[in-house]
Design a protein around this ligand. Structure first.
Ligand code: ADE
Ligand code: ZN
Length: 338
């Protein structure tokens, strides 16, 4: 069904309006053509036919496809090229602020080879194009405390203005295993990094509670299964913890359709939500298509979408003066579309 709330003019304006995205994985932004070229360059057969590359049955198969893709990359030069493609994608969508998660456990490159070329490209894109870019190194749920400490120590010793947060992602089906990461997340917070965690996707509401109480999250990636616990929804609303929601992604891995997704209930309960794509290349979506799809599914107006964008500005880990300028830009440009 097409939304009665978005006019054709508004629908097409969404692509060019300035936007913010906070839940986007570096690994999930690599386009199939780049993957084919990387595989060809080292004579690796494709894991599946290109057209079936992103047909996965569940989150675990999806995550192992990411491992396979990332293992095709063997040089800093390739990382720079992938970072430039990502910046081009963001510019094409007029995403003016993005915070990008990268999980080094998917990659065979060392932290010293993987992270500096991305940070250098982000700094270049900020000064050349005025895009606000943050990198959020992420530990995988399957990893150990020592891995988390090693990643955090790298972040602390390689402090960089575009290194803005610390994250945990991956699957919680083998258990949330949150206890062992308490020390690393405490130290990350003390060193000034924003804290975010994937929870309430492959875990239920207890995973969200653990992320709040044990990891001290500033915001949640997904978090949507908080809907299973009304008391938890009230707590999230009262504490103003934002949820970086990815409806299309959840409709691959979690819910059968947009109709079954709890975004409308979360909004009705007063939770701060933002709209994101998670892994746009793998899902063959982009932020503009996602915003239109969400508006159509839940009868949201352009004003509602503007508010979701402002929520993302509020939840971003970038400096406060940057946030004030982004909020002004979004308010002005989104309000000018009638
Ligand atoms: N890494 C990339 N996408 C993810 C997701 N949806 N859940 C957990 N880890 C991820
Ligand atoms: Zn994610």
């Amino acid at each position: 069904m097409t939304s009665v709330y978005l006019s054709e003019r508004q629908r097409s304006a969404i692509k060019t309006l300035p936007k913010v995205e906070l839940h986007l994985h570096f690994e999930g932004c690599i386009q199939p053509e780049s993957i084919e070229a990387l595989a060809r360059s080292i004579d690796q057969p494709m894991i599946r036919r290109t057209q079936d590359l992103y047909s996965f049955k569940d989150l675990e198969e999806f995550l192992s496809t990411l491992d396979w893709i990332c293992n095709l990359v063997g040089s800093e030069h390739e990382i720079t090229t992938l970072s430039q493609s990502l910046v081009n994608y963001l510019r094409g969508q007029n995403i003016v602020c993005a915070e990008i998660i990268i999980n080094p456990s998917h990659w065979r490159l060392s932290l010293d080879s993987l992270l500096p070329p991305i940070l250098a490209e982000f700094a270049r894109a900020e000064s050349q194009f005025g895009i606000t870019l943050g990198l959020l190194p992420s530990i995988g749920r399957h990893q150990k405390n020592a891995d988390a400490m090693q990643l955090l120590d790298w972040c602390v010793s390689n402090s960089h203005p575009n290194l803005r947060g610390f994250s945990i992602d991956g699957s919680e089906r083998g258990g949330s295993r949150t206890d062992q990461f308490v020390g690393a997340f405490k130290k990350a917070k003390e060193s000034g990094l924003g804290i975010t965690a994937h929870a309430g996707e492959s875990s239920g509401s207890q995973g969200v509670v653990a992320a709040l109480d044990q990891l001290g999250v500033d915001r949640l990636d997904h978090g949507v299964r908080a809907v299973e616990d009304p008391g938890l929804m009230s707590r999230l609303a009262a504490e103003g913890i934002p949820l970086n929601v990815c409806v299309s992604s959840n409709c691959h891995n979690l819910y059968p359709s947009f109709d079954q997704h709890p975004l409308p209930q979360l909004l009705a309960k007063g939770l701060i939500c933002t709209i994101n794509t998670d892994d746009p290349a793998m899902l063959d979506i982009n932020l503009s298509s996602e915003l239109v799809a969400v508006a159509d599914a839940y009868d949201l107006s352009l004003g509602d979408l503007k508010q979701l964008q402002l929520n993302a500005v509020g939840a971003a880990f970038c400096p406060l003066d940057n946030k004030a300028q982004l909020a002004r830009q979004i308010e002005n440009e989104w309000s000018a579309i009638t």
